[in-house]
Design a protein around this ligand. Structure first.
Ligand code: TYM
Length: 336
């Protein structure tokens, strides 16, 4: 039996942070040998908010290199750049004409990002989840491993696919496969270091709010030293009055590879002065191999280019087949 398919992606906007790693990429790496995987760098999504053309290409390389540095293995997985496969834009248009506007207006991320941007909101920002649906549906993905914040976009993807099937599918032959989200409980929502009630995010203006995968040991030390805590001694999980405490213990648990119970016992009598150096040490240790491998890959652009070129060819083959199937179902005259 052939393997089920996985698709996921990250935007090339700035460096990846611990939230992206623990919520998404670490999980891709862990499950990749069980699936046929496609991981894209979603550069078309990156221009839905104002962007700098001078950094887009470099950021795209960076994310692809980080995928490899985090352990994505080309034996199981294909890495490609979204804009290199034009079927993504084309399917987005077709899905746009089938998606009700009010489905998009309900999206929480759109509302949050629109508020942050004030008057400069583009049509692309509203349309972002339809492009994401196209990314997923083009590959007939069975599973989409993401962080908690993408759950609503996944539900929308399922709704769009069901609508296409309903309107244009034949009873026994759906046009599109309906994917399932894969959201792990641990690390699905890593919170900001400066406010334990907000998620860690690339768009937070404060660098102190997040740990980037490429931060130096000194930067990591400084950020953890200054991160928000509380004056209570004894560290516990799950106290709604202590969101920072829960977040930092959770980070420690995942990065140290311990169980929740082990960490709860270890830290129950600790103060922050004792805990912070521990968290600093495991964070530096967890990121070191990723950083070393990243440097190696970025020093070899020819290799990186060849990975992306091969990825494009493999992705195109699958994506173009699905696109033809959708166009056929919608009644288009085949290209002459
Ligand atoms: P992006 O680049 O914002 O986030 C990439 C991945 O990181 C996860 N994530 C987090 N997980 C835990 N805690 C956090 N604080 C945190 N912040 C981010 C996100 O859930 C995501 O899995 N729309 C997607 C990109 C995308 C995509 C796709 C994903 C485009 N097309 C198709 C899957 C399938 C996004 O927000 O990327």
């Amino acid at each position: 039996m052939s393997k089920q398919r996985v698709l996921s992606g990250v935007q090339p906007t700035g460096n990846l942070h611990l939230g992206n790693y623990l919520g998404a990429i670490r999980n891709w790496v862990e499950i990749q040998d069980q699936y046929d995987n496609f991981f894209c760098v979603v550069d078309l999504h990156a221009i839905t908010v104002p962007h700098d053309p001078k950094t887009l290409a470099d950021d795209t390389y960076k994310i692809a290199a980080l995928y490899l540095a985090c352990g994505i293995d080309l034996q199981y997985s294909t890495i490609f750049v979204q804009s290199h496969v034009t079927a993504h834009s084309e399917l987005t248009w077709l899905l746009n004409c089938i998606t009700p506007l009010n489905w998009l207006e309900r999206m929480i991320q759109f509302k949050e990002k629109a508020i942050k941007q004030g008057e400069n909101v583009s049509v692309g920002l509203l349309d972002y989840p339809v492009l994401m649906a196209a990314d997923i549906l083009l590959y007939d993905a069975d599973k989409v491993p993401v962080g908690e914040d993408q759950k609503q976009h996944l539900e929308l993807t399922r709704d769009i696919a069901a609508r296409v099937n309903d309107k244009f599918g034949k009873k026994k032959e759906p046009v599109l496969k309906i994917p399932d989200p894969l959201i792990r409980t641990e690390g699905a929502r890593v919170m900001s270091l400066t406010d334990g009630t907000k998620k860690m995010s690339k768009s937070d203006p404060s660098e102190m709010s997040r740990i980037s995968l490429l931060d130096s040991p000194d930067e990591i030390k400084k950020k953890i030293k200054r991160c928000k805590t509380d004056p209570i001694k004894g560290l516990v999980f799950d106290d709604p009055q202590r969101p920072e405490c829960h977040n930092l213990l959770s980070l420690y648990q995942i990065l140290a590879g311990k169980t929740k119970q082990e960490v709860a016992t270890e830290c129950q009598d600790m103060g922050w002065g004792q805990f912070k150096p521990l968290l600093t040490e495991v964070t530096i240790e967890a990121l070191k191999p990723i950083q070393d491998k990243y440097k190696e890959i970025m020093d070899n652009k020819d290799y990186l280019n060849s990975v992306l070129q091969e990825g494009k060819a493999k992705a195109e083959e699958v994506a173009n087949t699905t696109l033809s199937r959708v166009k056929d179902a919608l009644g288009y005259l085949p290209s002459l």
